[in-house]
Design a binder for this molecule. Structure first.
Ligand code: SF4
Length: 340
């Protein structure tokens, strides 16, 4: 619950407003566990449900930098949340839905189908879970949040924004909005709404195809929001926010990794304020294609660079434990290598 809302609730319940700040801080992870009982009862009596996540397993990657947490929600549903470590910075990759309705063919979450949206509290609770680990293991603060876990965040717009309000509140985890990235597969109404949100979050749009025909084979939602509408929404976002848009392109061998496609992509993005992230495909059980060889990745990047575009190839993190982009899914097989 955002601070202002909590403050209003307390005042309406006859509690002095001065208690809002300590209570908010306590609820943001600084509370002793036995404090929760009376507070929970007081809030429950006013229709505010308890939100908690319980760790089922942790799966650390071989390189020690990434850990994937399988978290159980109050109704028994499960989501995956990832801690990604880089020298000097730690990032939480949060889920916004149980499963996903977008059905991208290469994505393990899409292959699960959609179960339900997460509440704002369930999204915030994931960040606190990761922040506590970062503090305990490294003595550091969590500084970056990416909404790139399970689900399409803009399909669950209001709870996602409410969660980010809380996470960026200086009285709580105090994540800078500039260090928050919201990833979408091209939910056009959500992008247009986000453009009008006063907070300057970064926007990452997954493209993966530069024509409707090619993109539609990978991302079924392209039929609903075709490239012309998506590109117009990205331009509007850039203009209103004065920010570049990050473009994610998953490179799939023999599908979207040849020179012709690189040139089409360059033409599509010409004149736009963008930064392209190339992501060699991460393997999933339900999709048989492969990542291209590194020379092919380099050739693709070269064409985009020569067209004047800014391009990076995303560092792989946690691929061995199914914690990379497009790999999150709460399957039984993935729960087995647990250290929890
Ligand atoms: S890539 Fe994102 S939007 Fe597409 S199915 Fe996976 S989680 Fe959903």
């Amino acid at each position: 619950m955002p601070y202002e809302e909590l403050s209003r609730l307390l005042v309406a319940g006859g509690v002095n407003r001065v208690h809002a700040l300590p209570l908010f801080r306590w609820l943001q992870g600084e509370a002793e566990r036995d404090f929760f009982g009376p507070v929970e009862r007081w809030l429950a009596a006013r229709g505010v449900p308890k939100t908690n996540v319980e760790r089922v397993t942790e799966t650390p990657s071989g390189d020690g930098w990434t850990s994937k947490f399988l978290l159980r929600l109050a109704d028994g549903a499960e989501v995956e949340t990832v801690l990604m470590g880089y020298p000097g910075r730690f990032t939480a990759c949060l889920s916004t839905q149980v499963g996903c309705a977008m059905g991208c063919v290469f994505c393990a979450t899409g292959q699960m189908g959609f179960s339900r949206h997460l509440t704002a509290g369930e999204i915030v609770a994931q960040a606190h879970h990761v922040a506590a680990e970062v503090k305990a293991r490294h003595g550091e603060k969590l500084r970056n949040v990416v909404m790139m876990g399970m689900g399409e965040p803009l399909h669950n717009y209001d709870p996602t924004m409410q969660a980010l309000e809380t996470l960026t509140d200086p009285r709580g985890l105090s994540i800078s909005p500039a260090r928050v990235t919201i990833s979408t597969v091209g939910h056009v109404p959500g992008i247009l709404k986000l453009a009008r949100n006063p907070k300057k979050y970064s926007l990452a749009v997954s493209l993966h195809g530069a024509t409707d025909e090619e993109r539609g084979k990978l991302i079924p939602m392209n039929r609903k929001w075709p490239l012309s509408e998506l590109m117009a929404a990205c331009r509007e976002y850039s203009e209103i926010k004065g920010q570049e848009v990050f473009i994610a392109w998953t490179l799939i061998s023999g599908v979207n990794d040849d020179e012709k496609q690189a040139r089409r992509l360059a033409a599509l993005l010409s004149g736009m304020s963008v930064h392209i992230n190339l992501i060699p495909l991460n393997p999933t059980e339900g999709y048989g294609e492969q990542a291209p060889e590194s020379q092919k990745v380099e050739a693709f990047r070269k064409i985009l660079r020569e067209s004047g575009l800014i391009v990076t190839v995303r560092q792989k993190r946690g691929i061995d434990v199914g914690a990379g982009c497009g790999q999150l899914a709460t399957t039984k097989r993935e729960r087995q290598p647990s250290v929890a």
